[in-house]
Design a protein around this ligand. Structure first.
Ligand SMILES: Nc1ncnc2c1ncn2[C@@H]1O[C@H](COP(=O)(O)OP(=O)(O)OP(=O)(O)O)[C@@H](O)[C@H]1O
Length: 322
């Protein structure tokens, strides 16, 4: 694999199988992933829990050894050139990995020193970053006495101390409240605007939609679809999805709906019907009327406009599990 210099991350048929342990069978966590992320891009791996996102990011950041295929970061091989890659990337993991014996500022300075900055340069860089991230008032705080959002910002600062070419973020806003999450989005947008290449994993659809230039939707260790959010919506998930649950078996008359103009698909599963419609006007009302005519009531009804959620539904035929 030859990676052009403008490519930040490239994988070909990348795989990871965790071996069996005791009664647990082997796990095919990543089943052959192809990625191509140009420099400067904000790229998202979006998928439900257990989809294989952390394992993929683990391989790209050299912490997890692939069992198949290949991956290059900054044109370097993740297995052969692991040491050099570590110098060129910044990683923010899911959990708080800051040192509780050090203040926030010391955590940053220590990292800078580790990467060869002089004490003076490390202090200056730490101060700059903390100011940029609104952390100056917390510089002497203990990272484990901070709010989740503050600690995450300290972790991002720490990952940026040596000016990494690519920043990897594993579920950066998991567990944060909505306000803190949107504040962090602003921070990340600012980083990208300054030229930072970012690869993020998330199980929040709205996060991928809000931040990423391009998204790969992953499930069960494979990429189901990739592209810009608009591309994904216009190919896989262009329809509005109307789901109705009845209190008895779905009335037979429902199937006639699939012949109607503007309806692409009608799926029936026990007491639930799901209609994929380019022209959704009136469909929900009709589903209720058809039920009522057969003496059947509606216990639940949802209507999803085209979004990453409808993309997932269209590709997998099932709800996105957050
Ligand atoms: N060290 C390991 N040993 C065995 N199985 C593992 C290991 N790490 C992850 N897995 C399994 O691999 C699969 C993918 O997990 P992974 O953590 O990569 O998914 P994810 O999409 O990041 O989900 P989450 O957001 O919940 O971490 C899961 O079935 C998980 O249980």
């Amino acid at each position: 694999m030859t990676t052009p210099p403008e490519t930040a991350v490239r994988t070909a048929d990348l795989k990871k199988t965790y071996p069996s342990a005791g009664p647990r069978p082997e796990v095919h966590a990543v089943r052959g992933i192809d990625l191509d992320v140009p420099r400067g891009e904000f790229f998202g791996l979006l998928g439900p829990n257990g989809a294989g996102k952390s394992t993929t990011i683990g391989m790209l950041t050299t912490l997890v050894v692939p069992t198949g295929g290949s991956a290059e970061v900054c044109g370097l091989d993740v297995v052969r050139d692991a040491v050099e890659i570590k110098r060129r990337i910044g990683v923010v993991s899911q959990n708080n990995t800051l040192d509780s014996d050090l203040t926030a500022a010391e955590n940053l300075e220590f990292r800078g020193r580790f990467f060869g900055l002089s004490a003076r340069d490390a202090r200056r860089r730490a101060e700059e970053l903390m100011e940029l991230f609104g952390l100056t008032d917390h510089r002497l705080g203990n990272p484990f006495e901070m709010s989740g959002g503050q600690a995450k910002r300290v972790m991002i600062c720490r990952a940026l101390m040596h000016g990494p070419e690519v920043l990897f973020l594993d579920e950066p806003t998991a567990g944060l409240d909505p306000q803190t999450r949107t504040n962090l989005w602003e921070v990340l947008r600012g980083l990208q605007a300054a030229g930072q290449t970012i690869l993020l994993t998330t199980h929040y659809m709205e996060e991928a939609e809000a931040l990423c230039d391009r998204v790969a939707v992953v499930d069960h260790g494979a990429i189901l679809a990739s592209g810009t959010v608009d591309e994904l919506k216009s190919t896989a998930g262009a329809d509005t999805v109307i789901t109705v649950t009845y209190d008895a078996e779905v009335p037979q008359d429902i199937h006639a709906l699939s012949d109607r103009k503007g309806i692409s698909k009608v799926e029936v599963n026990d007491g639930q019907v799901r209609v994929f419609a380019a022209e959704p006007e009136g469909v929900l009302g009709e589903l209720v009327t058809i039920g009522a005519a057969a003496g059947i009531g509606v216990t639940d009804a949802t209507q999803l406009r085209p979004s990453l959620e409808t993309v997932f539904l269209t590709i997998t035929g099932r709800d996105y599990r957050e």
